[in-house]
Design a protein around this ligand. Structure first.
Ligand SMILES: Cc1cc2nc3c(=O)[nH]c(=O)nc-3n(C[C@H](O)[C@H](O)[C@H](O)COP(=O)(O)OP(=O)(O)OC[C@H]3O[C@@H](n4cnc5c(N)ncnc54)[C@H](O)[C@@H]3O)c2cc1C
Length: 436
C-alpha cells in the first residue's frame, strides 16, 4: 500500500495506557510537541486495577489525583491481604505500618475509567492523541528510530517521523517483538482468567477495601473490590496447567475456583458481570530497553507477574523518568541519544530486579512461610509493607530493602531447617508453586 501522508512530532509515543499518557502529559506540559498513537478507542477494558501507595505522588504531579480518587468505581485501599487456599492462614499488611514516612493508602480503580482519565489529562496538557491508529513497523535511520509506519482508522498507511520515540505499547512490546529482543521466562510461564462479579463475600471493616490474594494450587487468585462492591476476580495459573485444564477461559476459571475452597466460599452466589477473558503468557523479559532516540517503558520493557500489583507503578515511574531525560536532552542538544536515556534504562533495570526478586520469592514456599508468619524481629513486617507499597524511589532504598533481603536469607535458613526436620516457622501445606 503506498504511503499516503507524512506527519511528524518531536516526541512520538506508542500506547495511551498509564505509561504513554504519563509520558505524554509531562512532555507536552514541558512544551514539547507530543503525539500519542493508540490502537483502541477509550474507554476499554484492561487488567491492572490495584494501585500502590507510591504511585500517588506521581498522580499528584500529573494533577490527576483528585480525578482518580473520585472516579465512579475508585475505592480506597489501606492494605493487602493474603489467604491460603482453604482460608486456614490469613495475614493483612497495612500500608500505614510501612517504614516511615509511609503513605497509608492507595486505590482500586476500574481501568476503563482510570486510563481514560490519564489520557484526557495528557490531551489537556497539550499532547495530540490519535485513537484507533495502529503502529505497523518502526523505521530506522542507522541505529536511530526515525519514526513509525502506522495505519489510520480507514486502514491507510502513513508515516510519522519523530526526534524521539517512546514505546509504551504494553504487553505487545511493539519494538522488542519486532527486533527479537522479547523472550518468555521459561521457568515462569503464566496465564490469567478474569471477570468482574457482584455478590462476592467481602471481609468486614476496612479490610473490605484491600486487595486479597488467595494461594491456589500452582497459582493464585486476586480479588479487587470497587466502590460499588463489584469485585474483579482473576486466576493466575501455570500455562501448562492452563492447557491441561480445559478449553475455554470460563471453564478453566471455574475449575480453578472449585479447587480453591476459600475462593469458592467467597464466590458462592456471586454473579459474573462480564464473560471470563484470558490473558495468555504474560511473563517475558526484554533485552534492550533503550537506544539512540528511543526507549521502552512500562510493560513494553518487560513483565514478570502481577502478584504484588507493581505494573502501573512501574509503568508510570519509568515513563516519568523517560520524559525527564528527554526534556533535558532536547534542551541540551536538540536530540536524544542512548546516553541521555541512561538514567531511565538503569532505573527500569534496577526496579525490575528488585520487584522481580520479590515476585520470585512469593513462589518459594519457605519465603511464604515467613510471609504468612511475619516476625517482628528486624522490622521485617515494616520492610515488607514498604515493598508492597512500592516505597523504592526515595533515598535510603538500600537501607529499606536490606530487611527484605534479610527475609530472603531467613527463607534459605527455613529451607535447610525443613530438610533437617527443624523448621524456623511452621511450613505452609501448599503454595502457588504447587506444594511445600
Ligand atoms: C493478569 C494481570 C493482572 C494485573 N494486575 C495488576 C494490578 O492489580 N495492579 C497493577 O498495577 N498492575 C497489574 N497488572 C499490570 C498492568 O496491567 C500493567 O503493568 C500496566 O497496564 C502497564 O501499563 P502500560 O501503559 O505499560 O501498558 P498498557 O496499559 O497495556 O497500555 C498499552 C497500550 O498500547 C496500545 N498498543 C499496543 N500496541 C499498539 C500498536 N501496535 N498500535 C497502537 N496502539 C498499541 C494498547 O492498545 C494499550 O492501550 C496486571 C497484569 C496482568 C497480566
Amino acid at each position: 500500500m503506498p504511503v499516503a501522508e507524512e506527519h511528524s512530532a518531536d516526541a512520538l509515543i506508542l500506547g495511551g495506557g498509564p505509561a504513554g499518557s504519563t509520558a505524554g502529559a509531562l512532555l507536552a506540559g514541558a512544551g514539547i510537541e507530543t503525539l500519542i498513537i493508540e490502537g483502541e478507542r477509550f474507554p476499554r477494558f484492561h487488567v491492572g486495577e490495584s494501585l500502590l501507595p507510591h504511585t500517588l505522588p506521581l498522580l499528584d504531579r500529573l494533577g490527576v489525583h483528585e480525578t482518580v480518587r473520585t472516579l465512579p468505581h475508585t475505592r480506597r485501599k489501606d492494605g493487602a491481604s493474603f489467604v491460603t487456599h482453604d482460608g486456614g492462614k490469613h495475614v493483612a499488611y497495612w500500608f500505614e505500618n510501612g517504614l516511615p514516612p509511609a503513605i497509608p493508602h492507595a486505590y482500586q480503580v476500574r481501568r476503563d475509567e482510570f486510563d481514560l482519565a490519564l489520557l484526557a489529562n495528557a490531551r489537556r496538557c497539550g499532547a495530540r492523541v490519535l485513537e484507533g491508529w495502529r503502529a505497523a513497523a518502526p523505521r530506522w535511520d542507522g541505529r536511530r528510530v526515525a519514526g513509525l509506519t502506522v495505519r489510520d482508522p480507514e486502514g491507510r498507511e502513513q508515516f510519522i517521523s519523530c526526534r524521539v520515540f517512546i514505546d509504551a505499547s504494553g504487553q505487545s512490546s511493539f519494538l522488542a517483538s519486532r527486533m527479537g529482543w522479547r523472550f518468555p521466562y521459561p521457568m515462569h510461564r503464566k496465564a490469567a482468567a478474569v471477570s468482574h462479579f457482584k455478590g462476592v463475600w467481602l471481609p468486614p471493616g476496612r479490610e473490605a477495601g484491600n486487595i486479597t490474594i488467595v494461594l491456589a494450587h500452582k497459582g493464585w487468585f486476586w480479588l479487587i473490590p470497587f466502590a460499588d462492591d463489584t469485585v474483579s476476580v482473576g486466576a493466575v495459573l501455570d500455562v501448562e496447567q492452563w492447557r491441561a485444564q480445559g478449553s475455554s477461559p470460563g471453564s478453566i476459571f471455574n475449575a480453578a475456583v472449585e479447587a480453591t475452597p476459600e475462593v469458592a466460599r467467597r464466590l458462592a452466589g456471586a454473579e459474573a458481570l462480564l464473560p471470563v477473558s484470558a490473558i495468555q503468557n504474560f511473563s517475558y523479559r526484554v533485552m534492550q530497553v533503550g537506544g539512540e532516540g528511543f526507549c521502552l517503558v512500562g510493560d513494553a520493557a518487560g513483565f514478570l507477574d502481577p502478584v504484588f500489583s507493581t505494573g502501573v507503578f512501574l509503568a508510570t515511574t519509568t515513563a516519568a523518568s523517560a520524559a525527564q531525560d528527554i526534556i533535558e536532552a532536547l534542551a541540551r542538544h536538540g536530540r536524544v541519544d542512548a546516553a541521555d536515556l541512561a538514567p531511565t534504562t538503569s532505573l527500569t533495570r534496577s526496579l525490575q530486579r528488585l520487584f522481580f526478586s520479590f515476585i520470585r520469592a512469593y513462589y518459594d514456599p519457605h519465603f511464604l512461610a515467613f510471609f504468612f508468619n511475619p516476625h517482628d524481629a528486624l522490622d521485617i513486617p515494616a520492610a515488607i509493607v514498604s515493598l508492597l507499597a512500592a516505597d523504592v524511589l526515595r533515598p535510603g532504598r538500600w537501607r529499606r530493602t536490606s530487611r527484605y533481603r534479610a527475609l530472603l536469607a531467613l527463607a534459605r535458613a527455613q529451607r535447610w531447617g525443613v530438610r533437617l526436620g527443624r523448621p524456623i516457622v511452621e511450613p505452609l501445606a501448599a503454595g502457588p508453586a504447587g506444594g511445600a
